[in-house]
Design a protein. Structure first.
Length: 285
């Protein structure tokens, strides 16, 4: 069977299960099994697809049809430009979070905090933000925190996988609580979905750890706590926060941080759909 026929067959199986991105997922499955890029996949150099390859795809499809997200089935998922080890203990990296990474790279490369800025990745999860930042700006002093020990285990696996485990300090704790240095940049994709909305999420999303999604009764619990912690940890010194959130939460989070830092400056960054997605907060700048 040729790779084109194999792709078509996988797509039909996924489509019959009403999986919306059947074509993309079929490609990702075969790319994973053959360990090739999408470009190489379509060079059609794999006309000799083996029975072992086909059986591997069948096992993946069978697990995918249970409703389990493909990222968890494959155990690897691309974030920005690297493949991350993924498990149901961590949130699946989203394209929207790449905005955080890109802006974080810009800030760290600008020299505004010197050559060795102190960066804190809050709620690091699988470690994708931390890894992509330090790969692009290797001089940063990077701390990664999470309040899930199981998530930190996955993050450390990824740090070791990329040879970065000695460059990233991993801390267990709630938001800025375990941080013992003065941060220049705090970057975070925190839980921001209201508790009452969790049960209405797509079935696939509900496979993800609730602690990485549930932002409390109004979705604002982490932001509320972080605003208070920011005053204690920064002690009115300068620093920048990059926070991903729901567009409707922007104004409320601005208000929270203004209460703690009256002179703070705020900027909003839009995502690829044109929605307000990331709030940049400059304190003491």
């Amino acid at each position: 069977m040729s790779i084109r026929d194999s792709l078509s067959s996988a797509q039909e199986v996924l489509s019959s299960a009403n999986i919306s991105e059947a074509t993309i997922e079929a490609e990702l499955i075969w790319m994973h099994v053959l360990n090739v890029s999408r470009h190489d996949l379509y060079l059609d150099n794999f006309s000799n697809v083996t029975d072992s390859n086909v059986n591997s795809v069948k096992r993946i499809l069978s697990e995918r049809l249970t409703g389990k997200p493909l990222a968890y089935v494959l155990g690897l998922w691309k974030s920005y430009d690297v493949d991350m080890i993924i498990s149901p203990d961590v949130l699946i990296p989203r394209p929207e979070s790449e905005i955080l990474i890109e802006r974080g790279i810009e800030i760290c490369s600008s020299g505004v905090f010197g050559k060795y800025p102190v960066v804190v990745d809050l709620g690091t999860g699988c470690g994708s933000i931390a890894i992509n930042l330090i790969r692009k700006v290797p001089t940063i002093q990077l701390f990664a925190t999470d309040n899930s020990k199981r998530a930190l285990e996955i993050a450390q696996q990824n740090f070791q996988r990329f040879g970065l485990h000695e460059q990233i300090t991993v801390l267990y704790g709630d938001l800025l609580e375990p941080i013992f240095v003065l941060p220049d940049l705090v970057i975070a994709n925190l839980p921001y979905i209201p508790s009452r909305n969790i049960e209405w999420l797509q079935d696939e999303v509900r496979w993800e750890p609730r602690g990485a999604l549930d932002g409390g009764y109004d979705g604002m619990a982490c932001f509320r706590k972080l605003a208070v912690q920011s005053k204690l940890k920064l002690n009115n010194c300068r620093g920048t926060f990059l926070l991903e959130m729901d567009p409707h939460q922007i104004e409320d989070v601005i208000s929270m941080f203004k209460d703690e830092h009256p002179k703070a400056k705020f900027d909003v960054i839009r995502d690829f759909r044109g929605l307000d997605r990331v709030l940049e907060i400059a304190i003491g700048m």
